[in-house]
Design a protein around this ligand. Sequence first.
Ligand code: UTP
Length: 299
Amino acid sequence: MKRRIRKAVFPVAGLGTRFLPATKTVPKEMLPIVDRPLIQYAVDEAIEAGCDTLIFVTNRYKHAVADYFDKAYELEDKLARAGKLEQLEMVRNPLPRNVRAVFVTQAEALGLGHAVLCARPVVGDEPFAVMLPDDLIWNRGDGALKQMADAAEASGSSMIAVQDVPRDQTGSYGIVATDDFTGREGRIRGMVEKPSPDDAPSTLAVVGRYVLDPRIFDLLESTDAGAGGEIQLTDAIARLLQDHPVSAYRFRGTRFDCGTHIGLIEATIRYALDHEKLSEAAATMMQSALDELGVREID
Ligand code: UTP
């Protein structure tokens, strides 16, 4: 599989129940971190990694995602007339010229594995990335997907991003069993969904970035519904690694689980504190909020 990935799949057809009621009308991927929606951060990371075809797996309720990457004639016209050129530039070219967005529909939310399978006709027979936009990864150097794409191109392995988690939290993640690591990579021997701390084969948790060999599609076709009645990507990967090298990749960067309330708050704080225009005001505001709470606690 020693080929560079060019295509990235964004499965965004989930129901986003953990963010109800907000996600009754706003897709989870459109929730903002400071000034940009989660999907924008993931798209930027994919483009930086060299992807020129972005495949969004959506459903009929998620017009907002497609609208976001489409032209907004009326808005652009108004901004141009008002001379708001900075804002105009922000909305005018959501994607670079050489990058195309393709939308495929997942008619029913039958699971992440099924969503990835829906992208098969567009991906075809080449290695590709899967990115879960609610896993937001912050890094000053190369983005996580670029790091993985470089490593996958060099070794020919499929790659799954992992990060160390405290042992008492293994029950919230997919956990991998690996050979010893060479640098940032270790070959995966097995995967377990949400094991208890005693049963976990390691503390390496799967994060929502994958570089996958196209053989995964045949395996997804023949994967039965697993946990929660959904077709799980993890189940198909567990079969893939029996006859194809799949590596865990410990990326450089900090991951925020923006699929949870606290993760979204944490990411907002971090990005605000790192923002060139907002950092000082954000720090002052956070400090005074903490001081105020401290006073209330003493009362
Ligand atoms: P999650 O497990 O986070 O589910 O899906 P969810 O529906 O988005 O959110 P909650 O748990 O109800 O709050 C992981 C990723 O897989 C996509 C989701 O959009 C998300 O990016 N997904 C999940 C699909 O595209 N289709 C599905 O059938 C299931």
